[in-house]
Design a protein around this ligand. Structure first.
Ligand code: XIL
Length: 347
């Protein structure tokens, strides 16, 4: 059975892929992705760094391959991401002499980038993550400190959404962030989105990334976030779902992980196949999440997994390099895991 058809009356089921798969001619992975998923997000290929690495220089080949792949396999394409503090080259915020750019110059640069990129893919991209990860993780401020905010001010989001709407009036426009299940960040997110709406800024949907762990966040917090976001009248999307099964920063005993160092064995406990009991815990975790998603199928328009299989997940390298993670529905041989069957069994 295929996820995309089983959930077709509920929401799109998406996958994020890298250019090693799309355009990389990894035929088996391509076939599996196209068969299982109805939405596609380029994992890195539409980020500023990839599309626009130097002033006036654009590289569209990799992104174009995603558009063609999505079209060929009747998948919706999600553009990720236009304005973000990460994977954005330093030159964006500097003038020719390496001095910090002024507000008007940076706004002009943002507008040019958005118009060029969104304009190129007009009619081909279903929606864009217009602003990614603008909220702070704590501290007194609503917004995180970033060059966008420092140079332009808090209204940088307003401009980004307006430029995107100008460039493609048909495309859906999303705000995307992680950790929205934390009550404080959830409140901040609601405040941010209400503000955008009150100012008449064109925002159609909100993405909750959902980089989760086996036991965190608790399902009731996941559900509260969906309910609260849906209450704003926005489309709600789960945009980057995965479930990290390895010890993490917050776990007892490993508080001081140095993310630049290769993992110690204690931090990489499953270098071979994931043991059966943990597979079962992972399967139950995914089933629990999908039960919540199905309850909110009227608000949720898409659930996207951040990767196809455990061999290619970014969690093998984050937050510690060189580990063996098992966060997705397909294992390193592209075989469906118990988690895959657990999700299908809900229908
Ligand atoms: C990650 C990619 O998966 C990695 O390949 C890359 O090295 C770093 O970025 N939040 C996001 C995504 O919005 O763009 C990030 O993707 C994961 C966290």
């Amino acid at each position: 059975a295929a996820l995309r058809s089983v959930f077709q009356d509920d929401f799109l089921i998406g996958v994020a892929l890298g250019s090693r798969v799309v355009g990389g001619r990894q035929a088996e992975a391509e076939t599996l992705a196209a068969r299982q998923f109805s939405s596609l997000t380029p994992e890195n290929e539409m980020k500023w760094q990839a599309l626009h690495p130097a002033p006036g220089r654009y590289h569209f080949e990799a992104a174009d391959a995603f558009v063609a792949f999505a079209r060929r396999h009747q998948m919706q394409l999600v553009g990720h991401a236009l304005v973000w503090h990460s994977q954005t080259p330093a030159w964006v915020f500097q003038d020719k002499d390496g001095q910090a750019l002024g507000r008007d110059a940076l706004l002009a640069r943002m507008r040019e980038h958005i118009h060029t990129v969104v304009g190129r893919y007009r009619g081909k991209v279903k929606g864009w993550d217009v602003v990614n990860e603008a909220l702070s993780d704590g501290g007194p401020d609503l917004l995180r400190d970033s060059p966008w905010r420092r140079i332009i001010g808090d209204d940088y989001l307003d401009h980004a959404f307006r430029y995107a709407r100008e460039a493609d009036p048909q495309a859906e426009l999303y705000y995307n962030d992680y950790g929205l299940e934390d009550p404080r960040k959830r409140e901040n997110c609601l405040k941010l989105l209400r503000g955008l709406r009150e100012r008449g800024i064109p925002v159609d949907g909100v993405g909750t990334q959902s980089h989760f762990h086996l036991h965190h966040p608790p399902l009731p917090e996941v559900e509260k976030t969906i309910t609260a976001l849906a209450g704003l009248g926005l489309k709600v999307m789960v945009t980057e779902l995965d479930v990290d099964v390895l010890p993490s920063r917050g776990d007892p005993g490993i508080a001081d992980i140095n993310r630049r160092e290769k993992a110690e064995p204690a931090l990489d406990p499953y270098p071979g196949p994931l043991p059966d009991p943990i597979q079962e815990v992972l399967a139950r975790r995914y089933a629990g999440l999908f039960q919540v998603y199905l309850r909110h199928r009227d608000a949720i328009t898409r659930v996207t997994f951040w990767g196809l299989d455990d061999g290619r997940t970014w969690l093998n390298h984050f937050p510690i390099r060189g580990r063996t993670n098992h966060p997705l529905l397909f294992d390193r041989a592209l075989k469906p895991k118990p988690a895959f069957h657990a999700i299908l069994a809900l229908k």
